[in-house]
Ligand binder design. Structure first.
Ligand code: ATP
Ligand code: MG
Ligand code: MG
Length: 357
């Protein structure tokens, strides 16, 4: 039995645990946020991974990160800070949104001069779901608030056509395996829906694989990484990297012979990792701040993943995967689901329907 310890005990660790069970991999998510949790006793053969980019220096967090089999141990520091992540991407010549570091002396005028009249401040670390971001507009004479200095980067506003992501893995021996590109809808900075594969994105696949491949190889990375991209015409530019399994890869639970969670486990435990077979078309709808509804379970081609978290506005509490070979059936499942979702899902479901046509 292989033992994998996960830094973090959120939904990603939980889903990794589900994926490990049939393979005989014992996955142990650890709530490293708990200062009272004792450091777990790990065997020499244990493998350590993370479901998040940052964690506190609690006894359990310190013990896990210090283990010699903590995969990608040097990567997290580089990617968790947007400044060093951007420097990494730039150093490889991979396209990314133009940016500059917000130092103590940086002012808004410098940002507008370098990046255009609308600029997005992003906290260097700790942001997710669009939290830790602030738009600055020259037309409104916006200034950089004092507490953003020395702790943020500024980015140009990308006039993107749409957002997509590539999820893939690198093995210890340097092989690269990717899923097809996933089209993503974000509303107010939070992922609402994903679709994959889409025939109209196929011509971008090689470009995306080259970009993420360069990053994975440079980092000598082992396991799953996600690259969020903006598409501008036929060109992809990187928005950000996530050195872990990723929300936009959740559709693989229903739509691929090897899910992203299993892919990550196979890579970090050095098990064989063939290219997954992708079946049909998958749609993933995130459940955000919405109460559990048993009627979601009434449709045969939908798959519910409920995270068992307290429901709060804006919080990801689950997702639903739909997988079907027929666009007609997919749309029918969407129609059914929509009647059991709140009104704000109207635009989400409409968007999905439009992409499928
Ligand atoms: P995640 O939950 O994916 O980790 P995050 O909080 O780290 O999100 P980003 O992915 O950087 O934040 O940005 C969130 C969303 O904000 C993006 O998916 C995109 O819709 C929008 N966005 C980010 N950067 C830009 C930009 N430079 N120009 C325009 N829109 C942007
Ligand atoms: Mg992020
Ligand atoms: Mg993002």
């Amino acid at each position: 039995m292989k033992d994998v310890w996960v830094i973090g005990a959120g939904q990603l660790g939980r889903m990794m645990k589900y994926a490990g069970t049939p393979l005989g991999i014992n996955v142990h998510p650890v709530n490293v946020d708990d200062p009272d949790l004792a450091a777990p006793a790990l065997g020499d053969d244990a493998i350590v991974t993370a479901e998040r980019e940052l964690w506190p220096q609690t006894p359990s967090g310190m013990a896990l990160q210090a283990h010699p089999n903590f995969r990608n141990s040097t990567v997290f520091g580089r990617t968790a800070d947007r400044k060093t992540q951007k420097e990494l991407i730039d150093s490889l010549g991979v396209a990314t949104a133009k940016w500059l570091n917000v130092a103590a002396a940086t002012d808004a005028a410098q940002c507008f001069a370098a990046l255009g009249d609308t600029v997005l401040l992003k906290r260097r670390s700790g942001g997710y779901d669009g939290r830790g971001q602030l738009w600055l507009k020259q037309s409104e004479n916006d200034e950089i608030p004092g507490d953003w200095k020395n702790s943020a980067i500024a980015e140009e506003k990308c006039p993107f056509d749409e957002e997509m992501s590539l999820v893939g893995a690198r093995t210890d021996s340097g092989e690269l395996v990717f899923y097809p590109l996933t089209l993503n809808l974000h509303v107010d900075g939070i992922l609402m829906a994903s679709i994959s594969p889409l025939p109209r994105l196929e011509h971008l696949q090689a470009q995306a694989e080259e970009m993420l491949g360069a990053i994975l190889n440079e980092l000598q990375y082992v396991g799953v990484m996600a690259m969020e991209c903006f598409r501008i015409g036929d060109k992809l530019i990187v928005n950000e990297l996530a050195p872990r399994v990723h929300n936009s890869g959740h559709w693989t639970q229903a739509g691929a012979s090897i899910s992203q969670f299993e892919m990550h486990l196979r890579a970090i435990t050095r098990l064989p990792l063939p290219r997954p077979i992708v079946r049909n078309t998958s749609v993933m709808i995130n459940l955000i701040g919405i109460d559990y509804d048993e009627s979601w379970l009434s449709y045969a081609d939908t798959q519910l993943h409920w995270y068992n978290k307290a429901v709060r506005p804006g919080r990801k509490v689950g997702h639903i995967n739909i997988n079907d070979g027929s666009i007609e059936y997919l749309c029918r499942a969407l129609d059914h689901l929509q009647s059991h979702l709140s009104d704000n899902y109207l635009e989400v479901v409409d968007w999905v329907r439009a992409q499928l046509q």
